[in-house]
Design a protein around this ligand. Sequence first.
Ligand SMILES: [Zn+2]
Length: 459
Amino acid sequence: MPLLIRNAEIVTADGRYHADVYAEGETVTRIGRDLEAPPGAEIIDGTGKLLFPGFIDPHVHIYLPFMATFAKDTHQTASVAALIGGTTSYIEMCCPSRLDDALEGYQLWKSKAEGASACDYSFHMSVTKFEEGTEGQLREIVADGISSFKIFLAYKNFFGVEDGEMYQTLQLAKKLGVIVTAHCENAELVARLQQGLLAEGKTGPEWHEPSRPESVEAEGTHRFATFLEATRTAGYVVHLSCQKALERAMAAKSRGVRLWIESVLPHFLLDKTYAERPGVEGMKHVMSPPLRQRQNQDVLWDALANGFVDTVGTDHCPFDVAQKALGSEAFTQIPNGIPGIEERVNLLYTYGVKRGRLDLHRFVDAASTRAARLFGLFPRKGTIAVGSDADLVLYDPEYRGVISAATQHTNCDYSGFEGMSIEGRPSVVTVRGRVQVRDGKFVGEHGRGRLLKREPVYF
Ligand SMILES: [Zn+2]
């Protein structure tokens, strides 16, 4: 059914104006004043509302075997949560471990999403080892439409790569024109610091942050940047959490290293005191890199406003309270992760735009457009233009609500952002021209999501 959204204020990364948007099939076909719709078209009144391009979460975990358990969401639950929060595409980390075959892992991750996701999706392909045969497998995966890799400098012996493997991965990425995303923490230091703390009887969640301090992340960031420089490859630091790491990344950027920076929602809004709460309350807020000292939040907001931090993802990774409690005896056994796929856009809008920390266009850029550009989706995604996919978020800036696990759609029994107020939410969300969400309710078609084939960008 054709779709006409009338009289909304369109806001993209670089424009703001009142117009009607008409979509036919899956695509925006006309933008203008006083557009007519044929009989049978769905007409939505956008008066008083903002119209954003569908938001893109560049960093989520949905299917994830990790730390002796599995993350709780399926693509069905995660995509509904994403859409209700205004995210119309996500890029999931495909994470086979060092023990797994990469290609089999890729097929497995793909099979979990196919026919299950209600929004569009892609994957960053994790390279967790580099051995004979790896190059051929990665070439096959890139040819299937995956134009980004992920490496872990952390999680020794599980996801983590050795420096030599990082070098080989970057060299191949350079040849193939794909960007490499990286979790930057020094695995060896984390392992040693963990052992030391546990040996001193320091077992609670409050010791998670001291086991992976800011300097450990700064080292990983610097090392990754140095390898990018040596191999002349394009890279993207995921979930950068603190000033020390930012300084290393900025130093690399300023000497011409092609490096982009993502920070994730929890690090803008939560600090390490959350993880210092006793027992399972603290465990709910354990993620890596950890929640930091509060002063880092202002640093990240400023860097985001200036565009030094390029994108905001979530690192969405729901483990429920029973799973978190696996770490009751030792913080090293707490499954790492905080859910956020549903809250990202509303919290960023409320605490960024509404609080005057973030320009409205930079908000759209950070939450949608820049990820589309970096990961080979622009201008199909990430903007509102004739020819783009009709992924549209009609946003109600007058809505007021409070975040609560009781009303969330993510399959998890807690929210890391419990009790935070939001000032705005999507009133209509479309995926390729079809209305999937209305006023906080999923009204669409499950399984509508498609794997987004992405071309290498050759930075
Ligand atoms: Zn992650």
